[in-house]
Design a protein around this ligand. Structure first.
Ligand SMILES: CC(C)(COP(=O)(O)OP(=O)(O)OC[C@H]1O[C@@H](n2cnc3c(N)ncnc32)[C@H](O)[C@@H]1OP(=O)(O)O)[C@@H](O)C(=O)NCCC(=O)NCCS
Length: 356
C-alpha cells in the first residue's frame, strides 16, 4: 500500500510590529509610491528585539499541531528552513523541537533561501513516503530584519519577518504531493549574498564596519532571473505531476515582488482569483513566504479538499522549487484549534499572548 504525506495541520506567525513604507521613508530616501509600484509591498512585520527565530517557529508550529490535534511528543522530525537561524551553531530546529516538547523528534535546519520551505516539504514528504517517519513538521521562518543594511534603500524596503508551518502525517488516503521540482544554480552566488560571517570571510571588525553581514543584492539581475525561473519551476513541477496549468485550482507563489507574480500569471494566463497574494502585508519573508501565503489562502476560503495547489519559489543561490499538492484537510479545522490565529487571518498575537 502506498503511504502518502498529507498536510493535516498548518499555522503561521507574524510579529505584531508593523513597519509601513512611510516608516521606511524616515530611514532612507524612498517613498510609498516607489515601493508599491515596483514591488507591491505596503508594509512588513518586524520582530521585536526579544523575539528569536525559534520563537517565531514555535508560534507557527503550535498552531499547526493544534489544527491537527497532534501531541508534540508524537513528532518524529522537525525541519526548519531558514537563512536567518538563531545561531550559526547549533541548529534552530533542535531548539524548536525542545521548546515544543517534541521529545523524540530528530531535527535539522535546511538552507535554500526563499525556496527553503519547498525543499523542506519535498524532504519531509520523502521521509514519510519512505516509511521512516509518520509525523514531520516543516517550518519556513525568517528574521531578515537582523540581516538588512537599514541604510541601503535597494534592499531594506523589500524584506520582512515571519514564520509558517505545516504538519505532514503518514496516511494511506490519496493526496499530498503530486509532483515537485527542485533547482539550483550556484552561478547566482553574487546576486544575493551575505558576504561575511561564513568560512570565506569570518567575522572581523573590518567585515562589521563594511556591513558585510547584511544582504547585498543585484536587484535587476535577480528580477530577470526570477521571472524566468519561476515559470520554469512551475512547468517542471506540473510535468512531474503529469498536469497542466489548467489542472491547478490555486497558485501560491513566493511573495518576492508583485511584478514577478504578475509576469508569471501573464505567461500562463492565470487569473487573479487563482493566485493568492499577501505581499502587501508582509514583504518578502524568504523561506516563510510560501507557507504564510498558503496558510492565509486557506484562511480566506481559497482552498477546499480535492483542490490542486501549485507552490513555486525562487531565491538566493540561485535556488528554486515547485510543488503540486492535492489538498485533503478540512479548512475549517483551523476554526476548531483553540488560540489559532489562522482562523483570524490577521496575525496580531504577541509573544506575551502566546505564553498564556
Ligand atoms: C529591487 C527592485 C524592486 C528594483 O526595481 P527596479 O525597477 O529594478 O529598480 P532599479 O534597481 O533599476 O532602480 C531604479 C532606480 O530606483 C532607485 N531606487 C532603488 N531602491 C529605491 C527605493 N527603495 N526607493 C526609491 N528609489 C529606489 C535606484 O537607485 C535607481 O535610481 P537611478 O535610476 O537614479 O539609479 C527589483 O529589481 C526587484 O524586485 N528585484 C528582485 C528582488 C528580489 O525579489 N529579491 C529576492 C529574491 S528571492
Amino acid at each position: 500500500m502506498t503511504t502518502n504525506a498529507l498536510i493535516t495541520g498548518w499555522g503561521m506567525y507574524a510579529p505584531s510590529h508593523v513597519m509601513t513604507n512611510d516608516d521606511l521613508a524616515k530611514l532612507v530616501d524612498t517613498n510609498d509610491e516607489w515601493i508599491v509600484t515596483r514591488t507591491g509591498i505596503r508594509e512588513r512585520r518586524i520582530a521585536a528585539d526579544d523575539e528569536t527565530t525559534t520563537m517565531l517557529s514555535v508560534n507557527a508550529a503550535r498552531d499547526a499541531l493544534a489544527v491537527a490535534g497532534l501531541d508534540p511528543a508524537e513528532l518524529d522530525l522537525v525541519i526548519v528552513a531558514t537563512c536567518t537561524p538563531d545561531y550559526p551553531l547549533p541548529a534552530t530546529s533542535v531548539l524548536v523541537a525542545s521548546e515544543l516538547g517534541a521529545t523524540r523528534a530528530a531535527g535539522f535546519d535546511l538552507q535554500a533561501a526563499c525556496s527553503g520551505f519547498l525543499y523542506g516539504l519535498a524532504s519531509g514528504t520523502s521521509f514519510v513516503r519512505s516509511g521512516m517517519y509518520r509525523n514531520v513538521l516543516v517550518i519556513g521562518v525568517e528574521i531578515l530584519s537582523r540581516f538588512l543594511d537599514w541604510s541601503d534603500r535597494s534592499t531594506c524596503v523589500l524584506f520582512g519577518d515571519g514564520a509558517g508551518a505545516v504538519l505532514l502525517q503518514a496516511s494511506d488516503q490519496p493526496g499530498g504531493m503530486l509532483g515537485f521540482d527542485l533547482f539550483s544554480d550556484g552561478g547566482g552566488c553574487e546576486a544575493i549574498i551575505v558576504p561575511a560571517g561564513g568560512s570565506i570571510n569570518p567575522a572581523s571588525h573590518a567585515t562589521v564596519d563594511a556591513r558585510q553581514h547584511t544582504i547585498k543584492m543585484l536587484g535587476s539581475e535577480v528580477y530577470k532571473y526570477a521571472t524566468r525561473q519561476m515559470g520554469e519551476s512551475a512547468l517542471a513541477a506540473l510535468r512531474s505531476a503529469g498536469m497542466t496549468v489548467d489542472d491547478v485550482d490555486q497558485f501560491v507563489f513566493h511573495q518576492a515582488n508583485l511584478r514577478i507574480i504578475h509576469s508569471v500569471q501573464k505567461q500562463f494566463g492565470i487569473p487573479d482569483e487563482k493566485t493568492f497574494v499577501n505581499i502587501e502585508k508582509y514583504g518578502n519573508t524568504s523561506a516563510a513566504s510560501v507557507p504564510m501565503a498558503l496558510v492565509e489562502a486557506i484562511a480566506s476560503d481559497r482552498v477546499k479538499p480535492g483542490d490542486r495547489i501549485l507552490m513555486v519559489a525562487f531565491g538566493a543561490g540561485y535556488t528554486a522549487g515547485g510543488a503540486v499538492i492535492e489538498w485533503t484537510a478540512d479548512p475549517s479545522r483551523a476554526l476548531l484549534a483553540p488560540g489559532s490565529q489562522t482562523r483570524l487571518g490577521e496575525p496580531q498575537r504577541t509573544l506575551a499572548d502566546a505564553a498564556v
